[in-house]
Design a protein around this ligand. Sequence first.
Ligand SMILES: O=P(O)(O)O[C@H]1O[C@H](CO)[C@@H](O)[C@H]1O
Ligand SMILES: O=c1cc[nH]c(=O)[nH]1
Length: 364
Amino acid sequence: MSEQTALSFIASPDDTKIYIVKGQKLVVEKSKGLGISLKSTVSARLTRTAIMAPILLNSMGNEHSDYIQQVEYVKNPHLDSMEEDILYHFNLGTKTHDLPQMFGDVKFVCVGGSPNRMRSFAQFIHEQLELPGNTADIRDICEGTDRYSMYKVGPVLSISHGMGVPSISIMLHELIKLLYHARSRDVIIFRIGTSGGVGLPAGTVVITDKAVDSFFRPQFEQVVLGKVIIRSTELDKDVAQELLQYSSELPNIPTVIGNTMCTHDFYEGQGRLDGALCSFSTEEKLDYLRKASEAGVRNIEMESTVFAAMCRVCNLKAAVVCVTLLNRFDGDQISTPHDVLLEYQQRPQCLVAHFIKKHLGLIS
Ligand SMILES: O=P(O)(O)O[C@H]1O[C@H](CO)[C@@H](O)[C@H]1O
Ligand SMILES: O=c1cc[nH]c(=O)[nH]1
């Protein structure tokens, strides 16, 4: 039984999946970790509980510990009644593209701000997975739009998200729907980016424990219909630990786990003295950075809270892996030579590529 042939399916907290199929049969599967194994098949008339399940399934609750959890990635009861879903910023759609055929086998999604970085990453992962063909031929799936770039290399999708929360948030809405329409399963998503270090030397890779806001709170606030919805920004602890362990197997990738502060601006929002506007003193800046450091913040960037929050609500295992380009206690300007910055940017890519190769069984 696959999710494709079921009307819908639900999961209880012990990882059991219950499929609700047209013929009023329930099929129970136990899933463990990344693999899913069929344990038992049960035929039964739909009970009241089973009939209720899709209603609960459609609930908009964002508690990770909801008794009945939706394992499908989307959490939108309106989607199923739409005849067509146009993923406008990707220039893809359910009627114009065979999304299951194009993306059904995706297991890893890597996202980062810059289109060039994500193209280089696609070429790099192509080499790392030793796939046939020429890396120069890897095509931008979103070439019909200049909003985002997307490359698919075997089971890996590499997508750019631009700068800041609104930009990545639009991309994530469409990506998560894309994975849902494609019926992709057991996907792990990584943000591979750059950041400012808080008390760490340039070139350090920070694996995010918690993404925190400018008040050091592990939460993301979304305004919906004039009301503030607060979502948790906890990331997958197992993936973070695994990444940390793999970093020790790679040369020259100094890595730590710590909190990542997400701001809505690169200059004033990150306490920089070198923007077009600045209303604070050097001492006030350093005091804020010291407070951030005491709250466990090790780096600052601009997307991690909404990334963590959306992935968590949508049951996507997620990690944020960003290299520091400077130590913010030492200054604000990024004056490191371009070739050194390029090498720094490759560190999160190498670490995530190593993770992917381990999971695909290409290295032990
Ligand atoms: O390196 P990327 O992924 O672009 O991310 C970081 O760099 C940008 C600022 O220069 C922000 O978007 C910040 O989050
Ligand atoms: O200081 C920095 C460097 C990269 N990205 C940021 O958001 N901040």
